[in-house]
Design a protein around this ligand. Structure first.
Ligand code: CA
Length: 362
């Protein structure tokens, strides 16, 4: 190439670059947001998902989009994360939407409902079963847009000071329990309490409550429940696969450039996969340590599960009768669940069941 031609090509390239620059600046402006988490920093699993998200956004935007993550209580208490997003105190939060069932029970479907979906089914419904479209239409009334951002997998039923042998043992039992399930327990004459993660241990230690559920072995061990209640029940029938969400102030979401919206979808997807993987990887060893330390594993007796299932069905039909939006999302999710279990009983369940028995035989 002759020098003259080379210079010509180079300057053409420079000109094109100069023309392109404003478009680049517009699609990826420098932005700083604050995210309030509903969880304490000590829980690297569930709090960590917000850090995974913020890191992915920062790295993929070459540091242009910075999201500072605050733990529960630093800006607002854990159970007020959505309120802070609604009123614009922060741009976004990482939370379990079922904390807001007091505003409307419909919020529960975004996290988990009693005898609802397992973790894989929850994602299938969110992403490919119309779940997120329905939920985001609902969240818009609360000035928020949500992206799935983590799942705990099936939870444990929690820590009890006394054994639960019949439904009578639930009468008068003061229990910390997340979301809509508290209303099911209330039907069986228990006394549900909604308490943020970091505040459960002192309540159980002081005896303000008789039982508490949080998530599963890895988190529960960190929060120390085994020191104050020894019976560890399973399964957490109210959280077959509890989902977390990144909830974003809707006006702030709407004004983001398309490139950042795509980045948020990708980063939330990474956090969603990572959190479940972390729980699945860390729970087995934690369960062994808890049992070695004296925790007494107990399955909920079948009649107790049956009574809870019946009370849940009653609650769903009562709530559906007075809340059209709840009914619409309930119908979608439950139809999806029934189809999923039709499939699950063929390959997934047969495989897992065989492997669990084979392992037990050695
Ligand atoms: Ca829970």
């Amino acid at each position: 190439m002759k020098r003259r031609q080379f210079l010509g090509a180079a300057s053409a390239g420079l000109a094109a670059g100069a023309l392109a620059r404003p478009a680049i600046a517009q699609s990826m402006p420098e932005i700083k947001w604050r995210l309030t988490s509903s969880f304490p920093k000590s829980l690297d699993t569930i709090f960590g998902a917000a850090e995974v998200f913020a890191k992915a956004v920062s790295e993929a935007s070459d540091g242009k989009f910075q999201i500072q993550v605050f733990s529960a209580g630093e800006i607002v208490p854990g159970l007020q994360a959505l309120d802070a997003v609604q009123n614009g105190t922060v741009e976004m939060c990482h939370t379990a939407p079922y904390y807001y069932v007091g505003k409307d029970p419909t919020f529960a479907f975004a996290t988990a409902v009693p005898f609802g979906l397992n973790a894989r089914q929850q994602n299938a419904w969110f992403y490919h079963g119309g779940g997120m479209d329905l939920l985001n239409a609902f969240f818009a009334k609360y000035n928020a847009f949500a992206l799935p951002g983590g799942n705990t997998g099936c939870q444990m039923g929690g820590w009890f000071r006394k054994e639960i042998k019949t439904t009578d043992d639930l009468k008068g039992l003061k229990m910390r329990i997340g979301g809509f399930a508290g209303q099911v327990l209330a039907k069986l004459d228990a006394v549900p309490q909604q308490i943020a993660g970091g505040d459960i241990y002192p309540a159980l230690e002081k005896g303000t409550i008789d039982a508490a559920e949080w998530v599963g072995p890895y988190d529960d061990e960190k929060l120390g429940f085994q020191k104050v209640a020894k019976y560890y029940y399973y399964p957490g029938w109210w959280e077959g696969g509890a989902a977390l969400h990144f909830m974003i102030n809707k006006a702030k979401w709407d004004e983001l450039p398309a490139a950042y919206k795509a980045l948020f979808h990708a980063a939330a997807g990474i956090a969603n996969v990572d959190m479940l993987a972390k729980y699945d990887a860390k729970n087995p060893a934690a369960l062994k340590r808890l049992v070695a330390g004296g925790a007494q594993l107990r399955p909920f007796p079948q009649p107790v599960l049956d009574a809870c299932l019946e009370a849940s069905a009653e609650l769903y039909s009562e709530t559906s009768a007075k809340n059209a939006e709840f009914k619409k999302i309930y119908d979608s999710m439950m139809a999806f669940r029934n189809e999923e279990y039709l499939w699950w009983q063929v390959a997934e369940y047969t495989y897992d069941n065989f492997m669990i028995r084979a392992r037990a035989r050695g």
